[in-house]
Every structure is written in C-alpha cells, then in structure tokens.
Design a protein around this ligand. Structure first.
Ligand code: ADP
Length: 401
C-alpha cells in the first residue's frame, strides 16, 4: 500500500522539525526532529504516532538537506511507511514582511523574496530558505508551499501597525508592527468558533498563544485586527526568555549604566529575560509552577507578572474588537496546560465580565469542549493549537492539483 502524505517542515538555524499528515487527519502519522545541524553533535529522532521514539542516523556535520534526508530514511525504514510518497511539502516561514498575506506556492521568486526579508528576521529567514532548498532537492517534482507566521496579521490597519517614529523609517526600512504566530491564532480561532457554534466571520475573539514565545491577538469576523508582537517577536507579552515590552530607552540606559554592547543587550532581552530573568530559575512553566506551589517568591512574582501583563494586553486588544469579546482562547504549551495562568488571567479580566469556573478550569484538558468560564460571562476556552496541521491544510489547499 502506498501512502500519500503531506510533509510539513519547520527549519531553524540548527534544527529541523518535520511532521507527516494524511490528508485531513490532524494527528500526524509521524514526527521527527534533527538538532545541532552542521556540527559533529548532530542528532535526531522520529516517532510513528504515539510509539516510542527512535534514533535518526545523521551524518556528522550534515547540512539541512542531509538532516532531512536522514530523517526520511529513518521513517522509510519503518514497515508501516516504506512506501511513503510525499505528495506536497509545506514550510513554516517566520517572516513574510508586507509581501505575503497568504500561503504561496514556492517558486524562484518566492525563495528570493524570503531571502530578501532576512534583515527583518535575521535568525529565521536564512534557515527557512535553506529548508525550502533542501526539500526542493529531495522532492523536485512535488509542490512546495510556504506558510508565513506573519500572513494572518496583514489585515491589521495602519493605525494599529505603525510606530510613532519618523515616516521614512517605515518607507525605507519597513519598520512597522507585523505580528507572529498567525498560523496558530487563525487555527484556534476557527476551532473555537466551530466548538462554540459561532460564525467565524461574525464574532469577536481574543486569542492567547502561550508557549515559549507568547502573543495575543484580537480577531474580528475572522480577521486579525491587532496583535501583541511587532516588528520582531520580542514585542508584547512576557515570554519564556524574552522580555516583551520594556521602555525603549532601556538600550541607552544599559549601555551607559552597565557598559553593555548592543549585541549583549539584544541577547539579554531575548535569551535571559522573561520568566527566566524574573524568576532566576527557569523558563519551563512546569518547574515554575512547582516552585510557585512550594512558596518560592521569585517564581510567584514571575507568574504574577506574566499573568498581569497578559490580562493587560488582552484588555488593550479589546479596543480593536469594537465590542465585548464573544470568547477568549487559551492555547500553546502554557495556555493549554496551566490552570494557574488561566485562573489568574481570567480573574484580572473581571471588568469584562469573565468569570472562572474553577472545576472546569482544572479539567480543561479532558473536557472535550475546553470551556473554563462560567456561563454568566463571556466564554474562556482552551483550544490545543496544531500549527503543523494548519500548514498541512494550507499546503493541500494550494499544492494539490
Ligand atoms: P513552543 O513555543 O516551543 O512550541 P510550547 O507551546 O510547547 O512551546 O510550550 C512550552 C511551554 O509550555 C513551556 O514553558 C512548558 O513548561 C509549558 N508546559 C508544557 N506542559 C505544561 C504543563 N503540564 N503545565 C504547565 N506548563 C506546561
């Protein structure tokens, strides 16, 4: 039997994650990951469904194409997948600038445009392009589709996306707010509307994607109308290791008072701040929750700041909804799994009428609807995200004849 599968690739600077989907099944047939690409510690693993994971034999110092090839060789060695035929490939691309407002079929022009966006996404654009090139080499006959994290937010208006800085910086350097996690926000909005029997194109939603990176979005009638991330994914909420919003004068202050260089400040705000910086313990929310429960004051402060800032952002985003939200969606590793964060955030939003249902909140994972609020106010709901499947769906929509 031959399997027609959609391969979804998420290529980072030194890692590649992949997932294989049957056409409309949201549960991946297989997933895989290769890390430390380009070094002699390159390693990887894959798993079929929920079976235990197996090692991928990667060539030392292998590049992205060799890593992908090794992962696929591993998958094809499985009896269940040895007739594996990849029908189309979907790529997660972090930055689409102002050029891409929807997924596109990849051609030479698309690739050049993604590379050209490198100044806006220095960490991601080049590996994203490498992933596409590697996949084209491995599957030259197969349609390849690029799905952009920024695309969903291209509907936001100038009053929302422009910064109050000289206009020429926007014109010459494309400095504006773009927003990220668009694939996730769009996916959970669709899922929430379906579960709650709302018409997606006639409702007001707030979406909080809380993973290692965190962002919140206002979705009016199915379109993004405001979002917390900006030019880069550093703006907005407190995240695992990212600061989110700080006073824009902080760079100047730190340079003068602490003698830090530009790259050191960038590193500090991206990798040493957020929950890690506030707590001095970890960016892992499971660890912080345990410390919180043990009475650790630094962990408690980190979680209080995280939730307060989230609630404040959600309150601000409501302006763009032009009315009270019909539902607030929690998603991402923290949003899906932390009753503590949901309880604190919903409590902060009491002025909007939100009321927690403490029992439902504790069991949101096993409660099929995922509702965690009482029926006396707007709905708060947990919807697991599935960005890979959303990319697979977009790939099917564009890539299959
Ligand atoms: P990424 O942005 O890398 O995709 P995830 O969406 O997987 O991240 O979210 C990772 C975060 O979710 C981590 O902070 C992790 O600790 C947290 N998380 C995962 N499971 C739980 C849990 N059971 N309880 C609380 N936090 C959790």
């Amino acid at each position: 039997m031959s399997f027609m599968l959609i391969l979804v690739i998420n290529c980072g600077s030194s890692s590649v994650k992949l997932a294989l989907f049957h056409h409309d099944d949201p549960n991946p047939v297989a997933t895989g990951m290769v890390d430390c690409i380009g070094t002699d510690s390159i390693s990887g693993s894959y798993r079929i469904g929920h079976e235990p994971s197996k090692e991928i034999h990667c060539p030392a110092n292998g590049d992205h194409a060799e890593a992908l090839d090794a992962a696929l060789t591993g998958l094809r060695s499985e009896p269940a997948l040895n007739n594996l035929t990849v029908t189309a490939v979907g790529h997660r691309i972090v930055h689409g600038g102002q050029k891409f407002s929807a997924p596109v079929l990849v051609d030479a022009e698309t690739l050049a445009a993604i590379r050209e966006l490198a100044p806006l996404a220095p960490v991601h654009a080049v590996p994203n392009a490498l992933g596409i090139e590697a996949a084209i080499r491995l599957f030259p006959e197969v349609p390849q589709v690029a799905v952009f994290d920024t695309a969903f937010h291209q509907t936001i208006e100038p009053q929302v996306y422009r910064y109050a800085i000289p206009e020429e910086l926007y014109r010459k350097h494309r400095i504006r707010r773009y927003g990220f996690h668009g694939t996730s926000h769009a996916y959970v909005a669709g899922e929430a509307a379906r579960r709650l029997n709302l018409e997606l194109n006639n409702c007001r939603l707030l979406s909080a994607h809380l993973g290692n990176g965190c962002s919140a979005t206002a979705i009016l009638n199915g379109e993004s109308v405001d979002t917390s991330m900006g030019l880069t994914p550093l703006e907005g909420l407190v995240m695992g290791t990212r600061s989110g919003n700080v006073d824009p004068n902080l760079h100047n202050y730190l340079a003068k008072e602490a003698g830090l260089k530009l790259e050191e400040i960038t590193d500090l705000l991206n990798r040493k701040s957020g929950l890690t910086g506030l707590s001095g313990i970890s960016n892992d929310f499971r660890v912080l929750t345990q410390k919180f429960n043990e009475g650790n004051q630094a962990a408690q402060l980190a979680i209080e700041v995280f939730c307060f800032r989230l609630a404040r952002e959600l309150a601000g985003l409501t302006v763009a909804l032009k009315g009270m939200p019909d539902a607030l969606i929690f998603t991402g590793g923290i949003g899906e799994n932390s009753p503590l964060v949901r309880a604190k955030t919903i409590t902060h939003l009491a002025a909007f009428g939100f009321q927690l249902d403490p029992d439902k909140n504790e069991t949101a994972g096993s409660n099929s609807m995922g509702i965690v609020s009482s029926p006396h106010g707007p709905t708060a709901i947990v919807v697991p995200t599935n960005e890979e499947f959303a990319i697979a769906r977009a790939t099917i929509a564009l890539g299959l004849p």
